[in-house]
Design a protein around this ligand. Structure first.
Ligand SMILES: C[S@@+](CC[C@H](N)C(=O)[O-])C[C@H]1O[C@@H](n2cnc3c(N)ncnc32)[C@H](O)[C@@H]1O
Length: 283
C-alpha cells in the first residue's frame, strides 16, 4: 500500500488516493490509540468500506461515527456494512470530498490518504476541529506538525491532539507578598510547540518546560520579583478561548520554600505591557 500511496514529489496536489482497506490489526490499533469514550464522534476521511468507523463503534457502544468518500460505490458498501452489523443508528456514510466534511463537532478524525492530501488538509483540521480533537493516521504524517504519539508496533500509527490556539498576549494577577502582582506574557506557538516570556513590573522571565496538549497548558517560571524575592511557580490550566483557568503552585524560595496553591486565571489581551519602556534604573 505504501508504494501505491507514494508521494509524487514536486507534483504535490490534491489527488484521490485509491481504496485499499487498512488491515484489521492496524484498524484495531487506530481505535485503541484514539482512546474512545462515551459521547465521542469518530469520523474517517476517505472511509472506503467503512471498516475504521464500524470497528470503533463495535468496540464502543457509546460512540457515534460517520465517514465520507469520493467514491459513491464505497459509500453504498459502507452503508450496507453498517446495516449488516446493526450499526445504522450510529453510523452514517456520505458521498463527499474530504475537504467538504464538517470537522467542527467531531472528537476523532481517522485518515489514510496520500501524504500531500494530508498536508493540504492540515489547515482545515487546525481551523475547524476543536482543541483536543484526536487525529489518527495509518502511516502517513503531517509534515512539520509532529505527532504527539507514534505506535511503531508493526506499521506506524500516529496520533495528534489538535492544540488550542494560544499564541499572543496573556495577562494575569497573583497575590504574592502582599498586593496582586500583574504578569504580562507573550506566547509563541507552532502547532503544539509553545514558547513564552513573561514580565512582572521591571522583571522578565522565560517559560520553562512549556507544554500544550489540546486545551491543557502547563509551564514553570522562576523569577526574582521586586516583591517576594525568588519565586518558583508551576502553572497548569485549561485554555478556553480567550481565558485560561487553572492553578499555580507557588514556592517562595527566599521564605524557607513556603508553598501556596493559588487559582490561576489568565485572560487574552489585545496589547501587552511586556514591551513597555523599562527605564535605565537597575532594579
Ligand atoms: C487508502 S483508502 C483508506 C480507506 C479507509 N480509511 C481505511 O483505512 O481502510 C483511501 C480512501 O480515501 C478515498 N478518498 C481519496 N481521496 C478522497 C477525497 N478527496 N475525498 C473523499 N474521499 C477520498 C478513496 O476513495 C479511498 O476509499
Amino acid at each position: 500500500m505504501a508504494c501505491l500511496l507514494a508521494p509524487l514529489g514536486a507534483q504535490a496536489q490534491e489527488r484521490f488516493s485509491l481504496f485499499v482497506g487498512s488491515p484489521q490489526h492496524t484498524v484495531d490499533r487506530m481505535v485503541r490509540m484514539a482512546r474512545l469514550r462515551d459521547g465521542d464522534v469518530v469520523v474517517d476521511l476517505g472511509a472506503g468500506d467503512g471498516r475504521v468507523v464500524l470497528s470503533a463503534l463495535r468496540a464502543h457502544p457509546g460512540v457515534r461515527g460517520w465517514g465520507v468518500d469520493i467514491n459513491p460505490e464505497l459509500v453504498r458498501e459502507a452503508t450496507a456494512n453498517a446495516k449488516e452489523l446493526g450499526l445504522s443508528d450510529r453510523a452514517q456514510f456520505f458521498h463527499r470530498n474530504v475537504f467538504d466534511a464538517d470537522l467542527g463537532q467531531v472528537s476523532v478524525v481517522n485518515m489514510w490518504l496520500f501524504p500531500e492530501l494530508m498536508r493540504l488538509l492540515r489547515p482545515k483540521i487546525l481551523s475547524e476541529a476543536r482543541p483536543g480533537t484526536r487525529i489518527v493516521s495509518n502511516g502517513f504524517d503531517m509534515g512539520s506538525w509532529e505527532p504527539d504519539e507514534t505506535d511503531t508496533e508493526g506499521s506506524r500509527v500516529l496520533l495528534w491532539i489538535v492544540p488550542a490556539p494560544v499564541a499572543g498576549y496573556w495577562s494575569w494577577e497573583l497575590p504574592i507578598a502582599g498586593d496582586a502582582q500583574r504578569f504580562e506574557a507573550v506566547l509563541e506557538q507552532r502547532f503544539q510547540v509553545i514558547d513564552g516570556i513573561v514580565r512582572v513590573g521591571p522583571r522578565r522571565g522565560l517559560l520553562e518546560q512549556p507544554r500544550l496538549r489540546g486545551e491543557d497548558i502547563a509551564f514553570t517560571l522562576e523569577m526574582t520579583l521586586a516583591r517576594g524575592g525568588l519565586v518558583r511557580q508551576s502553572y497548569s490550566g485549561r485554555v478556553r478561548g480567550a481565558r485560561i483557568d487553572g492553578t499555580v503552585e507557588v514556592t517562595l524560595r527566599d521564605a524557607d520554600d513556603r508553598r501556596l496553591v493559588l487559582p490561576w486565571q489568565a485572560a487574552r489581551t489585545a496589547t501587552t505591557g511586556y514591551f513597555r519602556p523599562t527605564g535605565q534604573e537597575a532594579k
